[in-house]
Write a protein that binds this ligand. Structure first.
Ligand code: C5P
Length: 404
């Protein structure tokens, strides 16, 4: 996969920066083109001359190089490079650069480029064990993961400081393989396509402070939105109330109730090419709207009855209006899964349905992994092994593109 690919290698100021020379050699040997971007501190650990020579391109360091070198197009270079790149890897990534990226800072060429970046970004953190375990570093890493960047965990072992623990840059072959694998998964096959994804639960109000809802975390839908955007799609993510950050390069519309979700999905439907309904829409909502907070009453043997009415089946309604859209639904089933899912695929006029069972280990609400069976309109049934929700998302999108 590396042949002919445009790779940006970001190098920041940690002791493992010396290993970037080997990384470049591996990429060049595989016939990839490499553009090195270094931070100023990285140049203390390895010279720009070494990395420029190995990559056969001048390593970029400053946003504004000193006067004699300055040309008028220099200041837009971060934008040009973003368009040029197929993938970017920062190895090693220091705690400082991770913190800056997590908070949107752009005070050098590397971090400015990251803000402008469209392609997948892999970040291989490498630092001393206490810096890595520091809760602020971990929080920053979480921000980056949720935003849709790919964090490569450091190896554990002896560190330059003499301490032992996680912090070592993984072996070069492993890093090269991770880059290669990601390029395998992400093709630019949704370029120009408008992708509408729903995610998360809905909340149905009982009174101004209480509601019915379900355990959906939104992770599967957010992974789908991230993967679709990385494949070039113009993604609109319609999300119920979740505790997740918006994936990069996606447009997010927040809704609360099934009826709000229905309204937004309806308004976006005709202009969409792909519709993926991964939201766990509440099937019922309270039949009567109560404007004041319900009183608990004082009797000991209290009872309370809430009358429920059925919510619209958003996907089914959209399926009936289908013109050119490729449509995917989810089916959460604990019994007779395949049979029920096939029925739903037909009833809702879908191209594919993704069956999962929350009782299976590694599947279901809140987890970062899922175990699904993909059933397509042509009758194919693919039982997939346990994989990350991002990988499941790509499996789904691989099938979507065949229907486009
Ligand atoms: O019929 P069931 O609820 O199992 O179908 C699940 C699929 O239908 C999911 O894709 C879900 O997002 C969608 N759905 C919907 N509107 C509802 C209930 C489910 O669009 N009210």
């Amino acid at each position: 996969m590396l042949k002919g690919k445009h790779i940006i290698l970001g190098v920041t100021g940690g002791i493992a920066a010396y290993k970037s020379a080997w990384l470049i050699r591996e990429f060049v040997k595989a016939n990839a083109e490499v553009q090195v971007v270094m931070t100023r501190t990285a140049t203390q650990f390895i010279t720009p001359l070494t990395l420029s020579t190995l990559s056969r391109r001048e390593a970029l360091i400053d946003m504004f190089p000193p006067a004699p070198d300055q040309t008028t197009d220099q200041w837009t270079k971060h934008v040009d490079l973003s368009l040029w790149a197929d993938i970017m890897l920062i190895a090693p990534a220091t705690a400082n650069t991770i913190a800056k990226i997590a908070h949107g800072m752009a005070d050098d060429f590397l971090t400015t480029l990251v803000l402008a970046l469209r392609c997948p970004l892999l970040i291989a953190s490498s630092m001393d064990v206490d810096m890595y375990r520091n809760e602020i570093t971990q929080r920053n890493i979480d921000i980056l993961k949720e935003t849709g960047y790919f964090l490569i965990d450091p190896d554990s072992g002896e560190l330059a400081s003499g301490l032992t623990g996680p912090g070592r840059l993984p072996e070069i072959e492993r890093l090269v393989k991770i880059v290669d694998d990601l390029l395998h998964k992400i093709h630019q096959d949704l370029t120009g396509k408008r992708v509408l994804v729903s995610a998360g639960p809905t909340q149905e109000p009982i009174d101004p402070v209480r509601f019915f809802s379900n355990r959906s975390s939104g992770k599967m839908g957010f992974a789908l939105a991230n993967a679709a955007a990385l494949r070039g799609g113009e993604v609109t993510l319609v999300s119920g109330p979740v505790h997740l950050r918006t994936p990069r390069n996606t447009r997010r519309i927040d809704v609360v109730t099934a009826s709000e979700m229905n309204e937004v999905m309806q308004s976006k439907f005709s202009s969409s090419d792909v519709v993926i309904m991964s939201a766990a829409v509440a099937d019922f909502s309270p039949a009567h709207r109560v404007e004041h907070k319900l009183k608990r009453g004082d009797e000991v043997d209290r009872r309370f009855v809430v009358e429920l009415k059925g919510n619209p089946d958003i996907l089914k309604t959209l399926g009936e209006q289908k013109t050119h859209q490729v449509m995917v639904g989810f089916a959460l089933e604990t019994d007779d899964g395949v049979e029920n899912a096939k029925k739903k695929l037909d009833e809702k006029h879908l191209d594919a349905i993704i069956l999962n069972n929350p009782n299976v280990k590694g599947a279901g609400f809140g987890a970062d992994t899922n175990v699904v069976t993909v059933i397509t309109a042509d009758g194919k049934i693919d039982e997939l092994p346990m994989m990350s929700k991002f990988d499941v998302a790509n499996e789904i999108l691989d099938r979507v593109v065949t229907y486009l």
